[in-house]
Design a protein around this ligand. Structure first.
Ligand code: FES
Ligand SMILES: [Fe+2]
Length: 376
């Protein structure tokens, strides 16, 4: 995001605030309830949406040291992320090449060797097969060079580790990033480090978790105990960046800009910027830190979610300051996620054939259109 755009986005919201107006689409829209509960629909989303787009699986600070590892599940795959002793990042399936046991059980750590807990086959931090007990007697003619851990294509970019599409019919890497490269460079995620993170399992469709952040209509009611006072009632804007979305949620302080020369306007001082990275990663950019929210769908009504607070490497703030920030984030997101579960629990009741998106909830409509457009 360049300075011109930053000022333009603030002008748009300040103008609306001054006129006591809202950011409105032309028409309200609807989305079918079946899109959140159908098993067949979920299968198509898995193959035609999730598997066809790059996906963030870790922040680089989680694998900073040589020989560090991280175990994650993404795209339904059990993954082992390794920073080799050569400094290179590689992603493997966390599956033993003998009889398929899960190779690593720990969540994260630092190790030069990875031995399978079943019969002890062993690999190094580059994923190369090292040795196995009684290997020559048991497996004559087997070439050890072919027993490396199975690799999964991944790249490091903008401070994150991204899994590349596991289906070759997806968006190309170039197309996907062209739409968000400027904004992600502006956020400067590579200058941050993980402070704290939390994993949860939620009984709701993955889209509910994404939709929760896409409008400010609910702030005054749903977040009355947490963040409502810091924001304007039902005021937010959104802009599509290819398949991604940039939503701006201005804070109550935005009117202070009236008194300031435009050259000094700073969007992070007066608004939260939320990036929805298609389809299911979210970056909530706040004044001095960033929240990364990652959703891993398991079933139409079951999703895993990870909330990560990323802070500057040299922040000058004490630990307690960031702990409090993380705590408020989790508390606020829990309000959203509890409501998502509440919605999901009544979807199959027949009360609604479709859910309604008001003119100020247009980002939900665009997000769902983008999902729909991927499905054949
Ligand atoms: S299954 Fe891993 S060593 Fe046998
Ligand atoms: Fe919310």
């Amino acid at each position: 995001m360049n300075r011109q755009l930053e000022i333009k986005l603030l002008e748009e919201l300040l103008g609306l605030k001054q006129q006591n107006a809202l950011f409105l689409d032309d028409q309200p829209t609807t989305n079918r309830v079946s899109h959140y509960i159908d098993v067949e629909r979920f299968e198509r989303e898995s193959h035609q949406v999730f598997a066809r787009h790059p996906q963030i699986v870790a922040h680089v600070s989680e694998l900073a040291e040589p020989n560090s590892f991280l175990r994650v599940t993404a795209q339904g795959l059990p993954l082992l992320l390794l920073r080799g002793d050569d400094g290179a990042l590689r992603v493997f399936l966390n599956v033993c090449r003998h009889r398929g046991t899960r190779l690593v059980d720990g969540e994260a750590g630092c190790r030069k060797r990875f031995s399978c807990p079943y019969h002890g086959w062993t690999w190094n931090s580059r994923g190369e097969f090292v040795a196995a007990p009684h290997f020559e007697d048991g497996f004559p003619g087997t070439d050890p060079a072919e027993l490396g851990l199975k690799t999964v294509p991944a790249i490091e970019r903008h401070g994150f580790i991204w899994l590349l599409p596991t289906s070759d019919r997806g968006a190309t890497e170039a197309e996907f990033f062209a739409a968000i490269d400027d904004d992600l460079a502006w956020v400067g995620i590579d200058r941050l480090a993980v402070h704290q993170s939390e994993r949860q399992v939620r009984r709701c469709n993955w889209k509910m978790l994404v939709e929760g952040g896409l409008e400010a209509y609910h702030f005054r009611v749903a977040h009355r105990k947490t963040i409502a006072k810091r924001f304007n009632d039902n005021l937010s804007s959104y802009h599509a960046l290819g398949p991604h979305l940039r939503s701006i949620l201005p804070r109550s302080s935005i009117l202070a800009l009236e008194e300031q020369p435009k050259e000094s306007w700073d969007i992070r001082e007066h608004a939260n910027v939320l990036y929805t990275l298609f389809p299911k990663s979210m970056l909530l950019v706040q004044s001095d830190h960033v929240i990364w929210i990652s959703v891993e769908p398991e079933a139409p009504n079951l999703s895993h979610v990870r909330m990560v607070t990323l802070i500057p490497r040299e922040s000058g703030q004490p630990q307690e300051y960031w702990d409090k920030n993380h705590e408020l984030t989790v508390m606020t997101l829990n309000e959203d996620f509890d409501l998502a579960e509440s919605i999901q629990s009544g979807l199959a009741s027949g009360a609604n054939d479709s859910l309604r998106f008001g003119r100020y909830e247009g980002a939900l409509s665009v997000f769902n259109d983008n999902v729909q457009n991927c499905l054949s």
